[in-house]
Design a protein around this ligand. Structure first.
Ligand SMILES: Nc1ncnc2c1ncn2[C@@H]1O[C@H](COP(=O)(O)OP(=O)(O)OP(=O)(O)O)[C@@H](O)[C@H]1O
Length: 209
């Protein structure tokens, strides 16, 4: 269950005040958040991930009020319960594919299960690149690694920032279907924040910023 009420945010004391619509998702429901460039989509994603603290309002994820957590508790909560698919690829370039996944599990304090890692890499068509260095991967492979890094620790919420906007129609379909499949496998909520209207048909719940 995810709920947000009366969320607002300001980057600086005299800067623009961002107000966000309330979110209410029941178990396993997904959400598409649409909005034009600069409207505050990434800001909202960072609030939902606990990276930014709202000026007012509250966010509750499966009985935990993010807004009541202290800095360290919030970091732990994010590390264990949230999976982030970033706009920019964020794998560690000095490590290979499997080492990146192991590092992610280490930071989440989750055990390394090699069968699970192989199964995920296989689903994402990355198994043969398991020992490849990140900078040897293609753009599409890097994007799929981004998804693997977001879901390997089986988060309760997958937050994806513009995962499809730079993709052609074929790859857009592949990526959104992969994200939905991963969410279904771990019974996670999937929240996609984007200006890409092509993925609207995949979501029952939509909010426009
Ligand atoms: N760290 C920051 N300090 C001050 N202003 C910021 C900061 N980050 C973002 N902003 C401003 O806040 C507004 C919203 O930014 P945000 O990145 O949330 O928009 P967005 O809807 O995700 O845009 P895009 O689709 O172009 O990525 C923009 O005007 C941006 O310049």
């Amino acid at each position: 269950m995810i709920q947000s009420n009366n969320l607002s945010f300001q980057y600086t004391k005299t800067g623009q005040v961002f107000g966000f619509p309330n979110i209410s998702l029941e178990k396993q429901q997904h959400l598409l958040i649409l909005g034009a460039s600069g409207i505050g989509k990434t800001t909202l994603m960072h609030l939902l991930a606990g990276i930014l603290k709202p000026v007012s309002g509250e966010i509750i994820i499966n009985q935990t009020a993010l807004t009541a957590l202290k800095h360290r508790e919030l970091d732990q909560f994010r590390g264990r319960k949230i999976g982030l698919v970033f706009q920019q690829k964020h794998a560690i370039t000095s490590l290979n594919v499997i080492e990146n996944l192991q590092a992610r599990l280490f930071f989440s304090k989750k055990p390394v299960n090699h069968n699970k890692i192989d199964a995920l890499l296989s689903q994402l068509d990355l198994l043969e690149f398991k020992t490849s260095k990140v900078n040897a991967l293609s753009e599409g492979q890097l994007q799929r690694l981004g998804i693997a890094l977001a879901v390997i620790h089986e988060p309760q919420v997958i937050l994806a920032d513009e995962p499809t906007s730079s993709l052609d129609d074929v790859n857009c379909k592949i990526v959104i279907e992969l994200l939905l499949k991963q969410a279904a496998q771990t019974q996670a909520h999937l929240i996609v924040i984007t200006h890409d209207h092509r993925i609207k048909p995949y979501f029952q719940n939509t909010i426009a910023l």
